[in-house]
Design a protein around this ligand. Sequence first.
Ligand code: MG
Ligand code: MG
Length: 247
Amino acid sequence: MRRNADELAKMRKAGRVVAEIHEATRAVIRPGASTADIDRAAREVLEHRGAGSNFLNYHGFPAVVCTSLNSMIVHGIPSEKVILEEGDIISIDCGAIVEGYHGDAAYTAGVGEVSAEATRLMEVTERSLFAGIEQLRPGNRLHEVGRAVQQVAEAAGFSVVREYVGHAIGTAMHEEPQVPNYWPGTPGPTLKSGMVFAIEPMVNAGEAGTVLLDDGWSVVTVDGRLSAHFEHTIAVTDEGPEVFTVL
Ligand code: MG
Ligand code: MG
């Protein structure tokens, strides 16, 4: 779907709120903080901005952010009992609704000093996201995004998660079409200005496989190795990709 200038302006506002949540949550990430502290920081921003949460109550999800630690790939539930430790990496995924329009973005950060492998995994995952974003230009085919993401991740010796993917976004968080982070074998739809996507590579240090835990939400790597997740909401424009989820 193509969004008009008025809709894009609302999505820009929603994206900015998500970026503010990123800034606020980064400030609480330290050894000894709980993942519930991260959720509280996010709720304060939503309240302050008068924005809605597209995560809270999504299929029953109980928080406004997902907090996924180390080998957890996505959808971790914030908890007073999950305490960050020096050397951990934590993925924070969150969104906001402003005037009926959605933003969605994620990042992974280290807690204190982290290993060289963790640092490289985070750096490569973020770089793969921007390689995908570069493909969001009118006339390109959508699945060039996944091809670009996969190339960066695999060239670094890492693997790309297959079961969870990016998506179009607008008046709902998850709209069609989906955006795989790998080449799915077909080029997909032709991109046009005004289309908006959430691109979100999940990159594993080891194997690509995933396991859903008994809580029905938390997704972890099959081999217990680290995973990182970066996401932005981006519009296709005639001037090139415009990232909404930045300050
Ligand atoms: Mg997200
Ligand atoms: Mg998303």
